[in-house]
Design a protein around this ligand. Structure first.
Ligand code: NAG
Ligand code: NAG
Ligand code: NAG
Length: 481
């Protein structure tokens, strides 16, 4: 795994952290008229794995065709904690297609070996639809530690319909028998080989999935599965990861259902493999994360997007589905109300004129949307391993959430939907609040992208004014751990 850089050292590198100086704050009197938001470090909730996106379906190929300076700009926008969103999770697509036509993700074993007991014939091209390049950059240049690799389908020759597209099921799971035999072990070997190809290229995959929207039959790579059928495969995949010594590196993720309700509905059938399952994953299309799922596993929201809206780079206008503040709120809902440990957008960088990407490619250059900065306002300050803690007392029209990072800093997130600024004073209980020495703050609104703003510590409280219609973060350090 790549070395972890602490948030504070990143900020220090960027010249954003000054040594602790507590000066009397002239604006304190007015700030103290604001609401007191109490953060309670002793009341803990879920651990956060991060925020992320994907460059699957040849979107990484699109990135690789940009001029080099734009490639770097694109990578910075996604992964840099000083120049971009500081995303901390990348989701790769494990190919199942026999070719690379259109946006197909080519398989690492495109031709049938002739039967499930014959060795698979691999052809690793060292590119993986350019996803290897993006993943190498993510891990080695930007220090990402979480890489989720997901197969939308098994190759066609392992399926009931003989095609990686158009639904069909994996031969050998309940209710899916094929004259060619049971392909579950072959599919498990296939996924393991993909992980090993990445290991050989010095990229560490940490989570593996074998389904995508398994309720959906569609013209691109797709494979049907219910919860029982997923469990039937996990029973084979887990021991295969064990045999190849990968269980300490990789967790099994299931099942990327189209929406929260349908993923929740699969959980009872997955209980038989609870000890082999790593994380529960779901998309937000047919129903979005509203309340916690009934599982002991961490839950990630792995795909959400405004798929059809015309491109907008607006933060706040009419509350539209593609606006930045809408996404700041969507993430809040998932993390605070639905116990999510991660939240991923569907596509980072891509061409075209819809909102189904955070950054668009236009005229051979990249242009960020405010969706990107909404993710950044979360991801730059709530780093992997952070634990959500209680936050209460936000003024009316303002949402608040708090997180203690691994480095001891505390990020307090605010979304102010009101038309006026909201003054807040943050008090930290459950640690040594008096030890608060540094408060820094940043905000995003229609005309700012994670811009620094005033914040000051006085009398053990951190005060700031949250601009109207903005998301802002107050980052406190010096909180005893
Ligand atoms: C992987 O890392 C090793 C050791 O640092 C190095 O020798 C090797 O060239 C790297 N391989 C690739 C494909 O980058
Ligand atoms: C797994 O690890 C054990 C202990 O380190 C080692 O003996 C064995 O050869 C490894 N197996 C594989 C397939 O790498
Ligand atoms: C939230 O998720 C964690 C796992 O990350 C789990 O242990 C906990 O029980 C969940 N909380 C609720 C309220 O469901």
């Amino acid at each position: 795994m790549a070395g972890r850089t602490t948030l504070l050292s990143l900020l220090a590198t960027a010249g954003l952290v000054h040594t602790a100086v507590v000066v009397p704050d002239p604006a304190l009197a007015s700030r103290q008229s604001g609401a007191t938001v109490t953060v309670d470090l002793s009341k803990t909730y879920q651990t956060i794995d991060g925020f992320g996106t994907s460059e699957a379906f040849q979107r990484a190929v699109q990135m690789s065709k940009l001029p080099e300076t734009e490639q770097r700009k694109a990578l910075n926008l996604l992964f840099s904690t000083t120049k971009g969103a500081g995303l901390s999770i990348l989701r790769n697509g494990i190919g199942s297609s026999p070719d690379m036509s259109s946006d197909h993700m080519v398989s690492i074993a495109p031709k049938s070996p002739g039967g499930p007991n014959k060795p698979l014939v691999y052809s690793w091209d060292g590119s993986d639809n350019k996803q290897l390049w993006v993943a190498q950059e993510a891990q080695h240049t930007y220090g990402l530690t979480t890489l989720y690799a997901d197969a939308w389908s098994a190759p066609g020759y392992m399926k009931t319909n003989g095609n990686d597209a158009n639904g069909g099921s994996l031969c050998g799971v309940s209710g899916a028998s094929c004259s060619s035999g049971d392909w579950r072990q072959a599919y498990a070997d296939y996924l393991v080989r993909y992980i090993q190809f990445y290991n050989e290229a010095n990229v560490t995959i940490t989570h593996v999935g074998f389904l995508n929207e398994p309720e959906l039959t569609t013209s691109y790579a797709s494979m049907r599965s219910n919860g029982q059928q997923a469990a039937d495969f996990i029973k084979v995949l887990y021991p295969t990861l064990q045999k190849t010594n990968l269980t300490s590196q990789v967790q099994i993720a299931c099942c990327d259902a189209e929406g929260w309700s349908s993923q929740s509905g699969m959980l009872s059938s997955l209980r038989s493999v609870d000890d082999q399952l790593g994380i529960v994953i779901s998309h937000s299309y047919t129903s979005s994360p509203g309340s916690p799922m009934n599982t002991k596993h961490r839950v990630w929201q792995t795909e959400a997007a405004d798929l059809n809206g015309a491109w907008t780079a607006t933060w706040y206008g009419s509350g539209g589905a593609g606006e930045g503040m809408t996404w700041a709120n969507n993430i809040y809902q998932a993390v605070v109300n639905a116990n999510c440990s991660a939240y991923l957008y569907w596509i980072g960088v891509q061409g075209g004129d819809t909102n189904s990407k955070m950054v668009r490619i236009t005229n051979n250059a990249v242009q960020p949307s405010k969706r990107l900065w909404a993710f950044g306002q979360w991801s730059r300050f709530v780093r992997p391993g952070a634990v959500r803690v209680a936050a209460s007392g936000a003024p009316s029209g303002v949402k608040a959430a708090a997180f203690r990072n691994v480095d001891g800093s505390v990020a307090v997130q605010f979304i102010n939907s009101g038309s006026g600024a909201a003054k807040v004073n943050v008090k930290v209980n459950g640690g040594d609040g008096d030890a608060l020495t540094v408060a820094k703050a940043w905000f995003t609104d229609n005309s700012h992208d994670i811009a620094e703003m005033d914040a000051a510590v006085s009398g053990g409280m951190a005060g700031a004014s949250i601009p109207s219609r903005s998301m802002a973060t107050i980052l406190l350090s010096g909180v005893a751990t």
